[in-house]
Ligand binder design. Structure first.
Ligand code: ARG
Length: 465
């Protein structure tokens, strides 16, 4: 509970009894929101500058308050500040300390301001910065994916649908799929900046103020683009929190899908990749084990992050306008999701630089499951000018024949193939070559080597620009 000089809580004249000590502790958000101290102090400085400019407070009081705030900033940075959880939050803690430092004049700081707009301003400032941090981390991650893709343009592996071998693809093309996902994530974070550029400071408790404040001044000084337009909406709005949690959730789902794939590919049954010792852990009983714990961590964390989004949605659902204590939990969710996604991206970067594709096994598995069947059907269409459905059925017969003879599709002889349709030309044998199957997919966005090279070039330029 914040106390003024007379050692009374700020609301002590009205509320005669102390809040129960258990609720004082439980209801305090100080441990969580002390992360906002820099934003809180910068916004307070701009606020009092504006009050002085508008002649709402005098210059000497403004200077005194700013001196006090800078001293507090220094104390916090030097870890000399006492965070007392008797104070409800960082805002009350700073105000309380200001009273200790400069006396009664500290009371002018809260003219034409409420904690409702104060907390929103701080959080938006913090989110602007943190959104850019996540974008930076995504860029770093994308660079490593691009490097890996570049090294693996010619690495051929089976592409799966339903986890059954479907068509051969380049491993580089597969990695580039994640580049697409991460660039969509980046776009989401960038779009979020739009809402974050609206300045809430000055909406006060919920209805604005009778003081002649200048919201356009604080907007400029705090590098917002414009003030928010409706005081009630502003106090109640946490859409920008949802946007942040949503963008993080989707990003974490992308990471989780990758993690799941790599867990499967790293399994003894698939054996398509090998994780280096830096990104596995052992078993306490089975001496032979090398477990993909970092990947499992990534898959698990996405559950957590989606949970944070759902918590916020549920807090907001049915909450009347405008401020309620329920909203205090927004910061815990935001900080937690931010910390977790930073960790996830870091672990992901460690994985992507610490594995080896098992190229031999990738090739071997690419010959399983009659994987070039679609290429054969396409070839028959082009070679014999058959409708696709007829070519599809002829190819299915070729597959049945191979299965009956216990052969891979490329082990069938030309004579055997001709028993299905005698018009088929011998060129069909080239079509069964997996490298050929990959490299002929030249349609825009397809897996041909040239296509991948172009995409890598495009993204390298975009990320470095
Ligand atoms: N600690 C509160 C929060 O973070 C600050 C806002 C308090 N506003 C109020 N009207 N009680 O949500």
């Amino acid at each position: 509970m914040s106390k003024n000089k007379n050692n009374k809580p700020v609301w002590g004249t009205r509320i005669n009894q102390k809040t129960t000590s258990s609720f004082q502790k439980i209801g305090s958000s100080l441990k969580i929101d002390k992360r906002l101290f820099k934003e809180d102090i910068s916004a307070s400085i701009v606020h009092v500058e504006m009050l002085a400019k508008q002649k709402i407070i005098n210059i000497s009081i403004k200077n005194k308050i700013i001196w006090g705030l800078n001293k507090i900033l220094n104390e916090i940075l030097k870890k000399k500040f006492f965070f007392n959880d008797k104070n409800e939050d960082i805002h009350m803690s700073i105000e309380q300390r200001l009273f200790e430092l400069i006396g009664e004049d500290a009371g002018f700081i809260h003219t034409a301001r409420s904690r409702n707009d104060q907390v929103l301003t701080d959080l938006k400032l913090w989110l602007r910065n943190s959104t850019s941090e996540v974008i930076n981390d995504l860029n770093k991650t994308m660079k490593l994916y691009l490097k890996c893709a570049e090294k693996n343009i010619n690495t051929i592996m089976p592409g799966f649908t339903h986890l059954k071998n479907a068509q051969p693809i380049s491993f580089g093309h597969y990695l580039m799929a994640y580049i697409e996902m991460f660039s969509r994530d980046k776009k989401k974070f960038q779009n979020n900046l739009d809402n974050l550029m609206e300045n809430p400071l000055g909406v006060v408790a919920l209805s604005g103020t009778s003081f002649n404040i200048d919201r356009f001044y604080t907007t400029r000084k705090l590098k917002f683009e414009k003030p928010t337009k409706n005081s009630i909406d502003t106090v109640a709005d946490r859409d920008f929190v949802l946007d942040f949690l949503f963008a993080i959730s989707v990003c974490s789902i992308h990471i989780s899908r990758f993690a799941e794939e790599f867990i499967i590919w790293n399994s003894d049954a698939f054996n398509l990749i090998q994780l280096n010792d830096k990104v596995v852990t052992g078993s306490s009983i089975m001496p032979q084990k090398k477990n993909p714990d970092p990947l499992e961590y990534l898959r698990g964390k996405s559950g957590f992050l989606v949970g944070n989004l759902f918590s916020m949605l549920t807090i907001l659902k049915g909450l009347p306008l405008s401020y309620f204590k329920d909203l205090q939990d927004d910061k815990e969710l935001v900080f937690n999701s931010y910390d977790q996604i930073k960790n996830c991206l870091k672990v992901l970067r460690e994985v992507i630089t610490n594995f080896t594709p098992n190229k031999k096994r990738m090739t071997e598995l690419s010959h399983v499951g009659y994987i070039t069947s679609t290429d054969i059907a396409d070839f028959i269409v082009k070679d014999l000018n058959y409708p696709f459905r007829k070519a599809y059925s002829i190819t299915a017969k070729i597959v049945n024949l191979a299965e009956k003879k216990g052969k891979k599709i490329n082990e069938l002889t030309f004579e055997e193939i001709k028993t299905i349709d005698k018009k088929i030309s011998v060129k069909i044998l080239d079509i069964m070559n997996i490298k050929n199957a990959v490299n002929t997919k030249k349609s825009y966005g397809g897996t041909s080597f040239d296509n991948i090279k172009k995409m890598i070039k495009k993204y390298k330029k975009e990320i470095n620009d």
